[in-house]
Design a protein around this ligand. Structure first.
Ligand SMILES: C[S@@+](CC[C@H](N)C(=O)[O-])C[C@H]1O[C@@H](n2cnc3c(N)ncnc32)[C@H](O)[C@@H]1O
Length: 383
């Protein structure tokens, strides 16, 4: 018998999920193959002899493995995934003198849609020069006070970490979209020291809803995380590229996420991989996607942009693309007559000028949403 240490979820949720898996198993169904699988859990699989260390109330036994349904937190060895991982398998690694087996396991096969109500209209209106400003005004009017407070809190954080390269208006947009969309599960690759994570988590925290899964190849984000926000944060040290080499694996890995934020390695090779492997499956819920450093140059390109533009040109579900770039907003083809109105608008709600230690003159993120097949069918008659 072996021990599996569950991921960072409230214990009750894990227990409920475990019960559900047990039920599927008892019915002769492989939980990993059930349609509607929406979560890839990463479990540490510790060798025999440790079961006794788990209080009976926290144990959940499936297929000869005992899960610890406790939170994956302090005192547990850090989960570190590198190299050629494959999901749904078990892989040995050594850490702290113990032999661990790392298992990635699909779980929570509820088959029930848990999509939050789509905010399709927000993306639609932000992507048109005719409606962008009015929509921005509505957003800043709703969330400006929160953003002012958040910028104040982050000022000290930025001074300490010197790692706040994400431009003000796009960090604000990230925050406002999460407030508006109220996602269940946010995917972040990667936090570095955690500037973007703090914006995401602050929004989830005010929403009082949702979890953020952040992936990076180093652990710096853990050091700088605000403990008040950590409750909604699952941080995994993982080379996502090695763990998710193909679209087939990506479809499972990404299935639970209904909000995606990508800001990692800025090379075409890397963006070819993530468009192919992470963003290439039919989404279950309408899903906002933000990719940093795409509209980076004055002509609208950038180091990793081309594979992303190619992906967006052919992906059947990409809708309502926009950028906050001062020259190009909302899009390369139909920009605002005068983008300085965005700054004027921010000032109106008390957010004046640069919020950090450097002047951010470009906002290179690209924002779009991926629409479900269901949504596309619903729209068909009107078209
Ligand atoms: C530009 S920084 C992220 C900045 C961050 N979003 C912020 O707001 O400060 C890029 C990060 O991507 C991480 N990274 C690069 N390749 C990665 C991979 N294959 N898997 C996971 N993270 C990766 C790097 O370690 C680095 O921390």
């Amino acid at each position: 018998m072996s021990v599996l240490v569950g991921h960072d979820d409230p214990a009750q949720q894990l227990t409920a999920r475990c019960e559900h898996q047990r039920h599927l198993k008892d019915s002769g169904v492989d939980p990993a193959l059930v349609e509607g699988v929406q979560m890839v859990d990463i479990l540490e699989h510790v060798n025999a002899g440790h079961v006794a260390a788990i209080p009976p109330a926290r144990q959940c036994t499936l297929s000869g493995n005992t899960f610890d349904t406790a939170r994956h937190g302090a005192g547990k060895p850090e989960l570190e995934l590198r190299g050629s991982l494959q999901p749904l398998g078990t892989y040995p690694r050594r850490a702290s003198g113990l032999l661990f087996m790392v298992t990635m396991l699909s779980a929570q096969a509820t088959g029930v849609s848990t999509c939050v109500p789509s905010q399709f209209g927000i993306h639609k209106h932000l992507s048109s020069p005719h409606t962008m400003l009015q929509t921005l005004e509505e957003l800043y009017s709703a969330y400006g006070v929160e953003l002012r407070a958040l910028h104040r809190r982050m000022k000290d954080w930025c001074r300490i970490t010197q790692s706040c390269k994400f431009c003000d208006v796009e960090a604000e947009m990230l925050y406002m979209l999460i407030r508006k969309w109220r996602p269940n599960h946010v995917f972040e690759m990667a936090p570095n020291r955690g500037y973007s994570s703090h914006f995401i988590l602050s929004a989830l925290s005010v929403n009082d809803h949702g979890q953020l899964d952040s992936f990076d190849i180093h652990r710096a984000a853990r050091k700088y995380m605000d403990p008040a926000l950590a409750r909604r944060w699952n941080f995994t040290i993982m080379d996502v590229r090695a763990a998710v080499p193909t679209a087939h694996v990506g479809a499972r890995f990404m299935a639970k996420y209904d909000f995606v934020f990508i800001d990692a390695l800025h090379t075409t090779d890397f963006s070819s991989w993530y468009t192919r492997s992470l963003l290439n499956y039919p989404v279950r819920c309408d899903t906002p996607v933000i990719i940093h450093d795409i509209v980076a140059d004055m002509d609208g390109g950038g180091r990793e942009s081309m594979p992303v533009f190619q992906y967006m040109a052919f992906a059947p579900d990409v809708r309502h693309t926009f950028t906050m770039h001062p020259r190009h907003a909302p899009s390369l083809l139909s920009h605002l007559d005068n983008s300085s109105v965005i700054d004027m608008l921010r000032s109106k709600f008390g957010i004046n000028g640069y919020q950090k230690y450097f002047e951010c003159n470009a906002s290179p993120s690209i924002f779009f949403m991926r629409q479900t097949t269901r949504g596309r069918r619903r729209q068909a008659p009107a078209a």
